[in-house]
Design a protein around this ligand. Structure first.
Ligand code: NAI
Length: 463
């Protein structure tokens, strides 16, 4: 049995864990990073990156179909799933190599293996096989995995999770996606682009529950127009495989498809420390205070382990925060970092159309501030949006006579608006301050500028 002591021990090298390791190393702390799989975690290997790579292929397929409208002759002649997988893997591989290089160059010690939290008189640490690494701070960063749905047991081939969907060696012809959250919507969008007949089945009364209701409704209209069969209030009573087909029983109806994706949320992975006395909430997340400290002294948790939006950039922010807090405690930083508010995180759903938001939706803003002003404009008036169908909305919400507290949008490419959106909401800008800034023409960003001009009482192309 060997024992090492470092300033920071990080269990899990996903977005939250590796960001903590990199920032801590940058601040001069000694760091050990423990991972049983590949550095980069869900985002790099089973989430953000491979899905966006595949969605890019979906955009190419859609562009090929619509090019003739512009006089460009192309033909969409199907998708070779093996090539799509290989190209996606190359993107992931390149980023993975870069990340490993960064971690090595930062002087971080990496340990490969299944770690387990130990807490005893010597303080907290992580045991991997016969080695225990003690840390002045232990960062739990083991992430989340797809939640199971008892009525639709996965078989890995025809009834699959999002992890398995990313390894699929064929494009489904007819697919049912269970769950109309971010993952369900992104895969439904991808497969519709690649030529599948898609049924999107959501138990609640609307898609994208985390988004502003008007924006989600507009998204659903566009999605339906693309040919996706969206069913809300769906009640699935049985899912059965029969050879190469899968039968789904819905209340009063049966669907027959060749593939079912189960995308009903993700659950935190806590086995590595649940036995060591780390407190969990009713939802199974790690119980933390506003500095991400768990019930055990010296042990903090980051990313998807902590209840809230499951976003890679939230993981990065958590990781940086705990690293800076540890550096401050060790005397290496003069001031402690400020805790991050989930509310100000930008959120983007990379479907066609995209949905993007930051801050509060209309309902939440009204509940919090009472007196608010809302401006909603159509993207149809934006020259750049015209090149891409011209459909969509931008919604800006301000406290009456006060700052902008929410921005939400739906339409092609609106995710790119959230760079500015986040600055506006995060800085608590007032509409007339944003209205004074000139946006380049013709850009999608002008839609945001124009919405602020309108809210400031001086609309140009809008009423
Ligand atoms: P989610 O919680 O966003 O959505 C799950 C949906 O499934 C909900 O709308 C729920 O009502 C529905 N559902 C649950 N049980 C059902 C049933 N029996 N039948 C039909 N519908 C049912 O979870 P999702 O989409 O799996 O995503 C997990 C996390 O990953 C989210 O926090 C999401 O934000 C994050 N993520 C973020 C991405 C991004 O930022 N672009 C991309 C993918 C995931």
């Amino acid at each position: 049995m060997t024992h090492d002591v470092t300033d920071l021990v990080v269990l899990g090298a996903g977005s939250g864990g590796y960001a903590a390791a990199l920032r801590a190393a940058g601040l001069g702390l000694s760091v050990t990073l423990i991972e049983r799989d590949r550095i980069g975690g869900t985002c790099l290997h089973r989430g953000c990156i491979p899905t966006k790579a595949m969605l890019h292929a979906g955009e190419l397929a859609d562009a090929a179909r619509s090019a003739a409208e512009w006089g460009v002759h192309t033909e969409f002649d199907g998708v070779d799933a093996a090539t799509l997988l290989a190209r996606t893997d190359r993107t992931v591989h390149r980023l993975h190599t870069g990340l490993r290089g960064l971690i090595a160059a930062a002087g971080i010690t990496t340990v490969e293996g299944d770690g387990e939290l130990v807490v005893d008189r010597a303080g907290p640490g992580v045991r991997v096989a016969d080695r225990t690494v003690r840390g002045r701070t232990v960062v739990l960063a083991t992430g989340a995995r797809p939640r199971r749905l008892p009525v639709a047991p996965l078989d890995g081939e025809r009834i699959i999770s999002s992890d398995q969907a990313l390894r699929l060696d064929r494009v489904p012809e007819r697919v049912a996606v269970i769950g109309g959250g971010v993952i369900g919507v992104e895969f439904a969008s991808l497969w519709a682009s690649l030529g599948a007949r898609v049924h999107l089945l959501e138990a609640a009364d609307r898609l994208l529950l985390g988004e502003d209701a008007d924006i989600a409704a507009d998204f659903t209209r566009s999605f339906t127009r693309r040919g996706v069969d969206v069913r809300v209030g769906a009640e699935i009573t049985a899912v059965r495989r029969d050879g190469d087909l899968v039968h789904l029983d819905l209340a009063g109806e049966r669907l027959e498809v060749d593939t079912v994706l189960v995308a009903v949320g993700r659950e935190p992975v806590t086995e590595a420390f649940a036995g060591a006395g780390v407190g969990l909430t009713d939802s199974g997340h790690v119980r933390v205070d506003d500095r991400l400290a768990t019930d055990i002294a010296g042990v903090v948790a980051v990313g998807d382990l902590v209840a809230g939006p499951q976003l890679a950039h939230r993981g990065f922010a958590h990781g940086i925060f705990v690293a800076e807090d540890a550096a401050h405690a060790a005397g290496g930083l003069p001031r402690p970092p400020m805790p991050m508010a989930d509310r100000d995180l930008p959120r983007i759903t990379y479907a066609d159309p995209q949905v993007a938001s930051v801050g509060l939706g209309e309902r939440a803003a009204r509940a919090e501030y009472g007196d608010i002003e809302v401006h909603t404009s159509e993207l149809a008036g934006n020259a750049r949006a015209q090149l891409n169908g011209g459909r969509g909305l931008v919604k800006v919400i301000r406290v009456a006579d006060g700052p902008v507290v929410g921005i939400a949008a739906v339409g092609p490419g609106v995710g790119e608006l959230m760079g500015s959106g986040q600055l506006i909401v995060g800085w608590g800008a007032h509409p007339d301050e944003v209205a004074a800034l000139v946006h380049a023409h013709p850009t999608l960003g002008e839609a945001l500028g124009e919405a602020h001009l309108a809210l400031a009482g001086k609309p140009l192309h809008l009423r």
